[in-house]
Design a protein around this ligand. Structure first.
Ligand code: A3P
Length: 280
């Protein structure tokens, strides 16, 4: 990835950018052969909304709730699988833990057909942009942004991997009444992780004791996860665990950028139920 030309790191599929190293066209094609199960645990998030946080939380919930130890090395993103992994997954025991950053309309239809439960995590669009910027600076598989201003402009126009934040949000707004969809926000989880763990485990029908939920919440704070990730993620640790706070956008956004984002939020999401959940 280090020697790859910056402009070759992303490619467009159906108008949306994807990172070619992690998610080449053959991986997207292989998704056609993936068969969902009703008891799959599916996690969905636009990039940088707290996906890896909930990966850790869900692994602990599944382990506690099903008694089946979860493989912490297995990356759950279905678009990273490729043909061989898709094949292997067809033999994996239930409950399988899967995830995606894909726009809901691009998630394979098999998940809706099988009524697979999906946990969707959202984060306010300003902190998400800042997190995405830093991630792009540090992650060799993504093009390095020339500047924060340049990245911000790309983010606003949806020219970032997995597409436009607002497109994703608007599409989820339409699915809020689906009983197999649960939306939670990064900010809610920061506010009360114990409550979040309880809500999430109930949604997936895992019967956790109060003590188990408490333990999971305690082990999944930013500082606890950053510490343990030094073993699990090695040098990648600092890429995934940066600051873990609400409101870091204030250290990056200019007045004009903040106003523009507010106006965009107002135009796209004001008055929607998802918009009301995503506050900043
Ligand atoms: P920051 O860059 O703002 O620190 P994703 O996993 O979707 O890529 O999201 C990454 C963001 O989640 C990063 O945000 C990261 O620090 C934050 N994060 C990771 N673990 C967390 C935790 N346990 N609690 C709060 N935030 C966490």
């Amino acid at each position: 990835a280090k020697t790859m030309k910056e402009e070759d790191k992303l490619y467009r599929h159906d108008g949306v950018l994807y990172p070619v190293i992690m998610c080449p066209p053959e991986n997207l094609a292989a998704l056609e052969n993936l068969e969902a199960r009703p008891d799959d645990v599916m996690l969905v998030a636009y990039p940088k909304c707290g996906f890896n946080w909930m990966v850790a939380v869900l692994r602990k919930i599944i382990t506690a709730g099903s008694g089946r130890e979860q493989d912490a090395k297995m990356p759950p993103l279905i678009e990273f699988f490729g043909p061989e992994m898709v094949q292997l997954m067809s033999q994996a025991p239930s409950p399988r833990f899967l995830g995606t950053h894909m726009h809901p309309d691009n998630i394979p239809a098999t998940f809706t057909d099988k009524k697979t439960k999906m946990l969707v995590i959202f984060r306010n669009p300003k902190d998400t942009a800042v997190s995405f910027y830093h991630f792009s600076v540090k992650n060799p598989v993504l093009p390095t942004p020339e500047s924060w201003d340049k990245f911000y402009a790309e983010y606003m126009s949806g020219d970032v991997p997995w597409g436009s934040y607002f497109d994703h949000a608007l599409a989820w707004e339409k699915r809020l009444d689906d009983p197999n969809v649960m939306v939670i926000t990064y900010e809610e989880l920061k506010e009360d992780l114990f409550k979040g763990v309880q809500q999430i485990s109930r949604f997936f029908s895992f019967d956790l004791s109060e003590e188990q939920a408490q333990d999971i919440a305690q082990d999944s704070t930013f500082s606890a996860m950053k510490e343990s990730s030094k073993d699990s993620h090695g040098p990648m640790s600092s890429i995934f665990f940066r600051k873990g706070e609400v409101g870091d956008w204030k250290n990056h956004f200019s007045e004009a950028q903040s106003k523009q984002m507010d106006a965009e939020f107002e135009k796209q999401l004001a008055g929607t139920r998802l918009g009301a959940k995503i506050k900043y």
